[in-house]
Write a new protein. Structure first.
Lengths: 244, 248
């Protein structure tokens, strides 16, 4: 459902993403791993159509993102990094806004909001201004926004960043459940997360894919059988990368 | 077409709600009405003029708007950039131009509401005398168009930066420029050195030149065209700025 072909993005002389290709099908949860600044967010932003690629192409559900941006955006739910939201709005009005932007009105909108509030456990904060919420709730509000139209494709940029262990567990469970009927890409720094929620993982380093396989396959490629050691053996820390 | 409009409408609703859910709207309205009243009745000499018109009010409006409209518009895009919500907004199924137009229309509506709240002045002149209400209507149309032009320029500067203060200052400077090229004391001074033809052609680009037409009661199409082109141009540049920002 997501097809990325030879995708590249340069910011000035810096090549942030360099010839990345992969596919994600329905029922797959792809974990996107890599050190900070490896190009994870940039790749995800290109898939959602937020930034145009320098070269290469992305298609979602058979539609090219550059040629049919609106059609593609309709099919995607996106949680940007750091989960931004309109902080002066209440949770309910923010969700109403998101639903309406997705073309949901009247009964359908009510039903969508009811469903999503239950799924993301927002019942008790509906009337609160997002400003006044804890980080966990703010995060879930933004996640709710991404799920409100029950999209076929989900792009989640660090969906568990800054959450406490309970919340992390909840989000992982949610991702795994939804993964059965959708195509999901999520990025993370936490390697256990990949084992807990992904059907497949891609490790990206300095804009290039350096490994692609199931969590078991990746683990097997390490001499110690641990994902962390494998990750460290094929990616460089940013201090080394700068020197190179 | 209906789908286009639905996206814009949703954005307009959200933006208007954002004004009124925060204290911004109320602070703005109170300050605008206080200052408008103050200028009209003191510097404008509302009573001393001895005529039943709103000239005292309208004469000061371009200067009052010079600061207040950029204040109302400075957050439009810079706040989206600062909060990161621009990424949410532009990955929802709307085109950039819909988001730009929606945000602009919401703020413009808000400014028109602010203008509308000066209605007690209309009541006052009609009570005290027998004004030409046609002139008053065209004066308000001119004022709304002026606000729209300033606002579009504020939109543009707001898209340039995530810092609202910078957006505000840039917008004030650009709007001031559009006033000054047609500001009579200045153009008279310039006419001593430059050829009158040159001064006059430059003055045609001033908001004041066209605004004054409306204040004389003339709803002329050139003025309308001028203000609409300033808005269209500034919003177009807003679109280019946003696209460049995303392309990196």
């Amino acid at each position: 459902m997501i097809k990325v072909e030879n995708l590249s993005k340069s910011f000035g002389p810096k090549r942030a993403v360099d010839g990345v290709s992969f596919e994600v099908g329905k029922g797959e949860v792809l974990g996107f791993l890599g050190p900070n600044g490896a190009g994870k967010s940039t790749t995800m932003r290109m898939i959602t159509g937020f930034i145009p690629p320098t070269s290469g192409s992305v298609s979602v559900c058979g539609l090219d993102v550059q040629d049919h941006p609106i059609e593609v955006k309709r099919r995607i739910g996106y949680l940007p990094e750091a989960a931004p939201s309109y902080t002066e709005m209440s949770v309910l009005s923010f969700l109403k806004f998101a639903a309406e932007m997705r073309g949901l009105e009247g009964r359908a909108r009510q039903e969508a909001i009811r469903r999503i509030v239950e799924l993301c456990h927002l019942e008790n904060v509906l009337g609160q201004t997002i400003d006044t919420l804890s980080k966990g709730f703010r995060h879930r509000t933004c996640l709710a926004q991404a799920l409100i139209h029950d999209p076929e494709v989900l792009i989640l940029d660090e969906p568990t960043d800054g959450l406490d262990p309970n919340q992390k567990h909840e989000v992982r469970t949610l991702i795994r459940q939804m993964g059965e009927s959708k195509a999901i890409i999520f990025s993370t720094h936490i390697l256990e997360e990949v084992e807990a929620a992904c059907t497949r993982a891609i490790i990206i380093d300095r804009g290039r894919i350096v490994a692609n396989g199931t969590p078991q396959e990746l683990k097997a490629r390490s001499s110690t059988g641990r994902l962390e050691d494998f990750f460290r053996s094929i990616t460089r820390s940013d201090t080394v990368a700068e020197a190179a | 077409m209906r789908a286009h409009w639905a996206g814009i409408r949703t954005i307009v609703k959200r933006e208007l709600a954002a004004y009124f859910e925060s204290p911004v709207a109320y602070v703005f309205l109170v300050i605008f009405l206080l200052l408008a009243g103050f200028f009209t009745f003191t510097f404008g000499g509302f009573f001393e003029r001895g005529e039943a018109s709103l000239a005292a009010f309208f004469n000061w409006l371009p200067w009052l708007f010079l600061f207040l409209v950029p204040a109302a518009g400075m957050r439009l895009w810079s706040e989206e950039r600062r909060l990161g919500t621009i990424e949410l907004l532009l990955t929802m199924p709307v085109a950039d131009w819909q988001a730009i137009v929606g945000k602009f229309l919401a703020s413009w509506l808000f400014l028109i509401v602010a203008l509308g709240l000066t209605f007690p002045m209309i009541v006052t002149v009609n009570w005290l005398g027998d004004p030409d209400n046609g002139v008053i209507v065209s004066g308000y149309v001119g004022a709304a168009l002026l606000a729209g032009a300033y606002l579009a320029i504020s939109c543009m500067t707001s898209a340039l930066t995530r810092n609202q203060v910078i957006a505000f200052i840039l917008a004030v400077v650009l709007c001031l420029l559009l006033i000054l090229v047609g500001f009579t004391p200045l153009t008279d001074l310039l006419a001593r050195w430059a050829s009158p033809w040159l001064v006059e052609s430059v003055a045609r680009f001033s908001v004041l030149t066209h605004y004054d037409g409306f204040q004389k009661g003339v709803l002329d199409s050139r003025g309308l065209l001028y203000f609409l082109s300033v808005m269209a141009y500034a919003l177009f540049v807003t679109g280019v700025v946003i696209r460049n920002h995303r392309a990196g």
